[in-house]
Design a protein around this ligand. Structure first.
Ligand SMILES: Nc1ncnc2c1ncn2[C@@H]1O[C@H](COP(=O)(O)OP(=O)(O)OP(=O)(O)O)[C@@H](O)[C@H]1O
Ligand SMILES: [Mg+2]
Length: 308
């Protein structure tokens, strides 16, 4: 059953399918010994998930974003429904199905070593549906955002998008699904973390991995490498784009901020170098805050940072 909170507004800048989560964040001064008590520096509950974070980043940037996946009827789904509507993300094409539920994560950040450790569970189904959203919604969007949750639905949506000239932007972190290779060939802007890109390609470095990934046919292949920046291959050119240096509080979701703002800039028709500038700045600004979503900047904040 689709839900509609507002009248559908086509065309969309970004239609996103995939992983959404609710993150419980615990900021600890140390990693404790077993059987001890540690007073937390901060605790927070935020939206999360790679696609969820990218959607919020893109919406704050000013893009018209819709979530085309499913929410359930549990309290986490209700939390995200309210959050997305507050963020201006359309749920016109989101389905409500009690079998679905967001990922539930607990993220412990050890401030002494700047590490983040994540526990998560999957209380219900998650990811793109095989026959949803309707073809017209996909083919009239400017950008389709996909991840690896619900690969069959992602492949269908990416094929429709490709046939209609809609740009496909992907964040992929796992490749166990037997049809995973198919999605790789349907992506126009393939943006992967160094960890997954080197695992998938068998290469040692981000630079070698991005050159290998470029052979899959994307217009732009990017491998992000945290504070070491991003490696890019586009139109036969291979180059490095450095990260902006900031005082990091928490790097959770920097990659998701990068993806979301990249997709928003793409929908706005910005050239590649501008997309990289804005995405890297958004990710750096996010790192100043605890959690994946609270610190996601709006467009004005990014532009102010870039003018420094
Ligand atoms: N410590 C940092 N300082 C400045 N910029 C950063 C930092 N960490 C990440 N970034 C920016 O964010 C981009 C993506 O980061 P990263 O490679 O860590 O993504 P990721 O591993 O996919 O992270 P996640 O999945 O948690 O979002 C980098 O290319 C860089 O521009
Ligand atoms: Mg990532």
């Amino acid at each position: 059953m689709p839900i509609s909170f507002q009248s559908p507004q086509l065309p969309l800048d970004i239609l996103a399918l995939g992983c959404i989560a609710v993150d419980e964040l615990l900021l600890s001064p140390i990693w404790p010994e077993p059987d001890t008590k540690t007073r937390l520096l901060a605790r927070d509950r935020q939206g999360g998930g790679l696609t969820g974070n990218a959607m919020v980043g893109a919406s704050r940037f000013g893009a018209r974003v819709a979530y085309g996946g499913s929410l359930g009827t549990d309290s986490d789904s209700k939390f995200l429904r309210d959050l997305y509507l507050c963020e201006g993300i359309s749920l016109d094409y989101c389905r409500i199905d009690p079998a679905f539920s967001p990922i539930r994560s607990t993220i412990v950040i050890d401030q002494s070593k700047n590490t983040r450790t994540i526990w998560f569970d999957l209380p219900g189904q998650l990811g793109a549906l095989e026959n949803w959203p309707p073809e017209e919604v996909i083919s009239t969007s400017k950008v389709l955002f996909v991840d690896h949750y619900g690969i069959e639905g992602m492949i269908r949506a990416a094929r429709i998008a490709r046939a209609a000239g809609v740009e496909v932007v992907a964040d992929l972190e796992r490749d166990e699904h037997p049809r995973f290779a198919e999605i790789l060939h349907l992506v126009d802007h393939l943006i992967l973390s160094r960890k997954f890109a080197t695992k998938r390609t068998g290469k040692q470095s981000a630079r070698e991995a991005v050159e290998e990934l470029a052979h899959f046919g994307a217009k732009v292949a990017i491998v992000t490498d945290g504070e070491a920046g991003a490696w890019v291959v586009a139109e036969g050119n291979s180059f490095h784009f450095p990260a902006y240096s900031v005082q990091v509080v928490d790097s959770t979701g920097c990659g998701d901020a990068f993806h979301g703002v990249y997709a928003a800039c793409l929908a706005a028709g910005m050239p590649l170098i501008e997309r990289l500038k804005y995405s890297s700045a958004a990710a750096a600004l996010k790192a100043l805050h605890l959690g994946a979503q609270r610190g996601l900047p709006n467009r004005l904040e990014i532009e102010t940072f870039l003018r420094r």
